[in-house]
Design a protein around this ligand. Structure first.
Ligand code: AKG
Ligand code: FE2
Length: 336
């Protein structure tokens, strides 16, 4: 079976029978040989529908598993992707606020994603100029189930932050999930959460961040809340942190949401003045190579790491994963 219409028809049969994971597998297998925008788009929609088909997702009662600190440092622990496991993520986040992972994606995958992101940005731009045109295969505005609210506000906000919603580019979502699979991230997240992971429509962003981007301290928990079991996988696709914007992060485990607000900042942002009450020695600006990632959660205090000496644009993917049993439903779920 290879032709698109036949594969799609078979996938529909599987979906009608409630066999979502078989449908996902079928489309994924057919995409491995040759890329196909129609299959990528349907795959993403089926992953979204598959979340709603989950029957009362359940996770461990106690979470996270307490882990002892393994790094006698005040900065950020770092591991190579080959050493990544749930206990390492837990230990890093519980004691240092984040984990730096080297080589999560190889250069070839990073380069493919950069090119896809460029095409997605071009498609988004065309669509803003003329909402009636077909923006091409690399931009397919995502339509969630009509019980969810999603669209113009999120897209405008992503654009304002030099981003495109990840789900509007099914090709990028396919490339990213494949890359994470290759790195063992699905198994990692399943172990970390104690249940199969989902990722967020609203919190998956393709970023092309210019050197004059505005920084702003925040904890994503200010709008995600504290209760969800979450992990952001923020992956650099170009070198950054020296001459292109990276991420600044407090290498600290926060057990509370820091006071938000102040003049000229978003409601959920933390002013420089408030951030300065915390230990400035713990602020780290990691130097990333393409394919390196920063893992953190909604308690981690961070911002775009930018200063006036920077000259280059940085490409990155921000992708927030959640345990389905504690999914913040307004963020709109996609089963990974
Ligand atoms: O890419 C950036 O500079 C910001 C990313 C961020 O705030 C996040 O991933 O939560
Ligand atoms: Fe953030």
């Amino acid at each position: 079976m290879s032709d698109t219409a036949t594969v799609l028809a078979r996938a529909e049969q599987l979906v009608s029978a409630g066999r979502y994971s078989d449908a996902i597998q079928l489309l994924t297998e057919n995409l491995a040989g040759a890329r196909d925008a129609a299959l990528e788009t349907r795959l993403l929609q089926i992953r979204h529908a598959a979340f709603d088909a989950l029957r009362e997702p359940a996770g461990p009662e106690q979470w996270p598993r307490p882990e002892p600190d393994r790094w006698p440092i005040e900065g950020l622990p770092e591991v190579h992707a080959s050493e990544l496991d749930a206990a390492t993520v837990g230990a890093a986040l519980q004691h240092h606020g984040a984990l730096l992972v080297r080589g999560l994606l190889d250069e070839e995958r990073a380069a493919t994603l950069r090119a896809t992101i460029d095409r997605a940005f071009a498609g988004a731009e065309r669509l803003r100029e003329d909402p009636k045109i077909d923006p091409g295969p690399d931009l397919r505005p995502f339509l969630p189930h009509d019980r969810y609210e999603f669209g113009p506000i999120e897209r405008a906000f992503a654009n304002f932050g030099s981003g495109v919603m990840g789900v509007d580019c099914p090709a990028a979502m396919y490339e990213m999930t494949e890359a994470l699979d290759a790195a063992g991230v699905r198994a990692l997240l399943t172990d970390y959460f104690g249940e199969s992971p989902a990722f967020s429509v609203k919190k998956t962003t393709l970023r092309r961040t210019e050197p004059d981007a505005p920084p702003g301290w925040h904890q994503d928990g200010a709008f995600l809340g504290m209760a969800s079991r979450a992990l952001n996988i923020w992956t650099a696709l170009t070198p950054c942190g020296v001459d292109a914007p990276g991420i600044d992060v407090f290498a600290l485990n926060f057990d509370h949401l820091v006071r938000t607000g102040g003049p000229n900042i978003y409601d959920w942002s933390v002013s420089d003045e408030t951030a300065s009450r915390y230990d400035a020695d713990r602020i780290v600006r990691p130097v990333f190579e393409a394919g390196d990632a920063l893992l953190f959660d909604q308690m981690t205090l961070h911002r775009t790491g930018v200063d006036s000496t920077m000259t280059k644009t940085r490409y990155a993917v921000e992708m927030w994963f959640f345990a389905p049993s504690t999914y913040p439903i307004e963020q709109i779920p996609i089963l990974y």
